[in-house]
Design a protein around this ligand. Structure first.
Ligand SMILES: [Zn+2]
Length: 397
């Protein structure tokens, strides 16, 4: 048994405690949370830290499979340039890919991440995820713009899905993005996900060109499909609407929907979304450092906050981020959206991600019976409760 106290404890699902004490057993399970009302008395065996105790972080969007692409892709080239570059250099030695996936898993562990929503296009990461100390939910992602490719793309994903089942890894088959999946492929995904009550995740409105592609068939995505991939897209019919409202009916109707990036999502997109689904079950996963890396833009966090949407945080992959750190994503949000409180950021970094990945019974908050991990946030501004550039995270449990 350990008793751990700090200047502040943020249980997340209840208000912050000044000088709170968390008692855990040897497995990390929470036995008690004590509100000292700020009056901490010395007691035998009590560990005390200067800083803030928060639950382990949840990284709601990552691609560990792309970890070997760190520092290989030029910054700020826009989404078309980014995907073009990835496709060119994606083929690496399998051995190198495995080494870098393992490093990414370790990096996340040391950065206080306890669970990950991880995209897989291949089998490469599955064994590592099985052995990992982190909890993973695997999103097996399918592409295929041309309808004639749908069956083949889907059956490839099914093989990975079956392997996940053998390894007892939680997984769903999901569409890559609105602009890379045909109507036929969307249908196969929808049937499968509804049958298995899977979790849906899709890259959404990562670039303004994705909206242009749907609105009038112009922009970089159109160029990318034609020139980088060499597709005949003469049959493409723009919808006159943004991408999200254009595809929302094609997405499976299950409890959780993770919309990833949302860099160019507008109020009218959200209004249309809420006519088809309960916003309570939609999770807006923001990956601000990756957005700055690829397109030097950020989602409208103020809008999402004002609508009280479920915001989660993700690192995306090392192809578009220098590190896999949820704390670093929190700092980027705070720097660019100064109204955001530390309490909100911690909620986004913990319980919201845990709920999105259906891990909230174990992770995401300090509550008796959970095993969420314990992070110490050090060198924050404890007077104003703000992160600083010096702020670090130390994994205690
Ligand atoms: Zn991604």
């Amino acid at each position: 048994m350990r008793k751990i106290a700090a200047t502040y404890v943020f249980p997340v699902t209840s208000p912050p405690l000044k000088n709170g004490i968390i008692t855990i057993d040897e497995t990390g399970k929470i036995l008690n949370i004590e509100d000292t009302r700020g009056n901490l008395r010395e007691q035998a065996g009590l560990e005390y830290y200067n800083g803030i105790l928060v639950p382990g972080f949840v990284n709601a969007h990552c691609h560990t499979e792309l970890s070997h692409l760190k520092n290989k892709i030029p910054e700020k080239t826009g989404l078309g340039g980014f995907i073009g570059a990835i496709n060119k250099i994606r083929k690496a030695e399998e051995e190198e890919i495995i080494i870098q996936i393992r490093n990414a898993d370790r990096e996340m562990y040391h950065n206080g991440i306890v669970a990950v929503g991880d995209i897989s296009n291949q089998n490469s990461s599955l064994e590592i995820k099985k052995e990992s100390k982190l909890d993973y939910f695997t999103f097996i992602e399918v592409f295929g713009f041309l309808p004639e490719r749908a069956d083949r793309a889907f059956s490839f994903a099914e093989n990975i899905y079956n392997r996940c089942n053998e390894l007892k890894l939680n997984a769903s088959i999901v569409p890559h993005s609105p602009y890379s999946v045909s109507g036929d492929l969307f249908k196969l995904i929808k049937n499968n996900t509804e049958k298995n009550n899977g979790i849906v995740s899709i890259h959404n409105q990562e670039s303004k060109d994705e909206n242009l592609f749907y609105r009038d068939g112009t922009g970089e995505i159109t160029e990318h499909l034609k020139n980088n991939i060499g597709l005949d897209i003469s049959g493409w019919k723009p919808t006159g609407q943004n991408s999200l409202p254009s595809i929302i009916d094609k997405l499976p109707q299950t409890d959780q929907l993770l919309l990833v990036h949302n860099t160019f999502t507008t109020i009218s997109d959200i209004r249309i979304l809420e006519q088809t689904r309960d916003l309570k079950n939609i999770f807006f996963v923001l990956c601000p450092n990756a957005n700055l890396y690829i397109s030097n833009s950020l989602p409208d966090v103020e809008l999402f906050r004002s609508l009280k949407l479920n915001i989660c945080l993700g690192t995306d992959s090392l192809a578009s981020n220098g590190e896999l750190s949820i704390l670093s994503e929190m700092k980027t949000v705070q720097k660019n959206f100064k109204e955001t409180t530390l309490e909100e950021l911690i909620k986004w970094a913990t319980i919201n991600g845990a709920r999105a990945l259906r891990m909230e019974n174990k992770l995401g908050s300090f509550e008796v019976g959970k095993k969420p991990g314990i992070n110490l946030i050090e060198k924050a501004d404890l007077h104003h409760l703000k992160l600083t550039s010096e702020t670090k995270v130390r994994k205690l449990i």
